[in-house]
Design a protein around this ligand. Structure first.
Ligand code: FES
Ligand SMILES: [Fe+2]
Length: 362
């Protein structure tokens, strides 16, 4: 369950806003929340959405606003095929948004209801997320192009888990917090992960990939317990971590036949708040009972540590302090801002023209 970030008095905490990247896919909610005949609400990039699942299984996302008078469509009814507005009963086919019926029309009317559309967004189900393509304010009907990303899997037998947490900061702080290597020993101190005393110098290779960068395949840090556990298979362990716009971090760990894969996204809920989602799949220790709840427990603790830190950070950001990015530990954050700017300007300019090595202590 996402954790709400409010002060003790219940006031939402949030820092300054960020420029948002439209015309891309974002995860709106988990599809196991889409029950038969029920409507669910979500917020993406400041758009209120209503989502559901048609009786044929297809998921849909509409703007949560009736085109007639603007009442939220989520206040209405859904029979598995049509969404009915609770104010005047207009009925909409939810995947296209097309109006199929206006009950008040009489034989004297010439209005063709089917020429009226509620706003429906492209929506696809993938790895248990309902992904929604959010077009930019000016780009009416622009095609969604590529499909939403999928979680890499290497075989048919695997376990999965999902974690989410609301973050009180804008998406930029959420993302640079996600790719920041230097906070680990301070924020994620734990016997099973690593301690402050284990800080040592690291060298990591990065290479450019389309709209992102890759931490090249490497043997993961020897000072963290989960990776040590993986070592019991006695084969070399390799990790590849990619970041790609607008908000995606993928990590694949492979050790012979065994693998662990995750996709982490930081999604703008509004211009000043975001949500982190982690979906993971693995066949490591497939036969160990209770591993999924144990993995979820430790994963949740990890995400909670990031979330608590960002709640504290949001307190500071309220006063708009000036900030800094330092080399090399904040280099990935600098690349993120450059990649984002290139997308927004349409220049396609990549901040990396060749593989580079970064050094930091963590
Ligand atoms: S406001 Fe929805 S039908 Fe009138
Ligand atoms: Fe973290």
């Amino acid at each position: 369950m996402p954790l709400v970030t409010t002060t003790e008095a219940g006031v939402p905490i949030q820092g300054p806003s960020a420029t948002l990247i439209y015309d891309d896919w974002y995860p709106a909610l988990r599809t196991d929340t889409l029950r038969k005949g029920k409507l669910a609400k979500a917020m993406l990039l400041g758009f209120p959405l209503v989502l559901g699942r048609r009786s044929d299984g297809r998921v849909f996302a509409m703007r949560d606003s009736c085109p007639h008078r603007g009442i939220p469509l989520s206040e209405g009814w859904f029979d598995g095929n049509r969404v009915t507005c609770r104010y005047h009963g207009w009925e909409f086919e939810p995947c296209s948004g097309r109006c199929e019926l206006i009950p008040s029309l009489s034989s004297h009317d010439h209005l063709d209801a089917t020429r009226i559309y509620a706003t429906a967004f492209p929506c696809e189900e993938q790895d248990g997320h309902a992904w929604v393509f959010i077009p930019g304010p000016g780009s009416k009907g622009r095609s969604p192009g590529a499909k939403p990303p999928d979680l890499a899997k290497f075989g048919t037998r695997f376990r999965t888990a999902h974690l989410a947490a609301d973050l009180p900061c804008n998406v930029d702080h959420g993302i640079i917090g996600l790719m920041d290597p230097a906070h680990g020993p301070f924020v994620h101190q734990a016997w099973w992960w690593r301690s402050r005393a284990s800080i040592r110098e690291k060298t990591k290779k990065f290479e450019p990939i389309p709209e992102g960068f890759r931490m090249s395949a490497h043997a993961p840090s020897g000072n963290s317990a989960p990776y040590k556990l993986l070592g019991v298979y006695g084969q070399p362990v390799e990790t590849t971590i990619d970041f790609t716009l607008p908000n995606r971090r993928t990590e694949v760990i492979r050790c012979g036949e065994k693998w662990f894969s995750s996709l982490t996204t930081v999604t703008p809920v509004t211009a000043s708040t975001c949500r982190i989602d982690v979906i993971a799949a693995w066949n490591v220790f497939y036969y160990v009972p209770f591993l999924t709840p144990i993995a979820k427990f430790f994963g949740a603790k990890f995400v909670r540590q990031d979330q608590e830190t960002m709640i504290q950070q949001a307190e500071g950001l309220k006063h708009n302090p000036s900030l800094m990015l330092i080399d090399d530990a904040d280099k990935p954050a600098k690349w993120y801002f450059a990649l984002k700017q290139a997308r927004l300007d349409g220049t396609g300019k990549h901040p990396l023209d060749a593989p580079v090595e970064l050094h930091w202590r963590s």
